[in-house]
Design a binder for this molecule. Sequence first.
Ligand SMILES: C[S@@+](CC[C@H](N)C(=O)[O-])C[C@H]1O[C@@H](n2cnc3c(N)ncnc32)[C@H](O)[C@@H]1O
Length: 307
Amino acid sequence: MGSRFDEHERAQWSGRAIAYRDSLAALCAGPASALLDAAGLPPAVAGSGAAALSAGVAGSGSGAAGLSPGAAGVGSGAAVLDVGTGTGTVAELAVARGASVVAVDAEPSMVALARRRVPGLDARVAVLPDLPFADASFDAAVANFVLNHVGDPLAALREIRRVVRPGGRLAVTVWPHPPPVAQGLWHEIFAAAGAVRPPDLPRLEAADDFPRTVDGLCGLLRLSGLADVHGAEVAWTHDTDAEAWWNGPAAGIGATGAVLSAQDGPTRQRVRAHFDRLTAPFARGGRLALPTRAVLAHGRVTSPSPA
Ligand SMILES: C[S@@+](CC[C@H](N)C(=O)[O-])C[C@H]1O[C@@H](n2cnc3c(N)ncnc32)[C@H](O)[C@@H]1O
């Protein structure tokens, strides 16, 4: 049985795959190549993978962020699990790198869209912290902005680790806290508009939470039993249509969407006015150029998970 946090997440994502694809999926695509590099997948084109990782790495609290090309990688044709695949961004890139990919997501509408996007993709509904796979089924597993949506991140990570074989790799991303400029803008917008977070929105239990930093995420990976853990921040500029940046939260997606959905009509109008005002300095050629960052961490499975 999921926690109240998990139940809230299920309701939040329910039926929202198309709205996500057309709004925030492009934001989440930012570190996808770096994530696959960190999971040890060989690049699709010679040299491009290593370049993609190093191009976005903004600093590391725990040593080298990436893998040397070919070192400790999982190799071409690897069996890769994409957990919380959403509309299949990472799964599609992994297939392009020659991996044999299985993708899972808790939300059926996401699974349906991922299947449509990636012909032949083995995509299934599965809800962390339970995965319907035998121990050591995969050479690598990735989860792009998924651990920040589960009620028990450590349990989720241990379950992902369980299904990766000894010697295999696991790589994950979360959004940092304090938030980057792009996401921080929403806090400014809400404050200016007097939009208050509803008190009944569930938060993670303090005992289940972890610092949304490189060290915090690396610590969680180590606690889950992974070895050779490294992390880094990946920075990029999110190039977006202003309406797409508005439409995700306006459709109720993510924590920002949960806050926006709870506001009355006049408050939503004020939010929109402050959105226009505060995003204006980021306008470039009719679009928005929003600086953002992700925390990426990866590690290696060294032994079978304890029974
Ligand atoms: C921010 S989206 C990221 C999607 C995708 N990884 C990407 O890069 O676009 C988070 C995804 O995690 C899924 N998710 C949330 N909680 C989950 C859980 N407990 N088990 C599996 N998937 C979950 C959501 O349904 C959603 O598709």
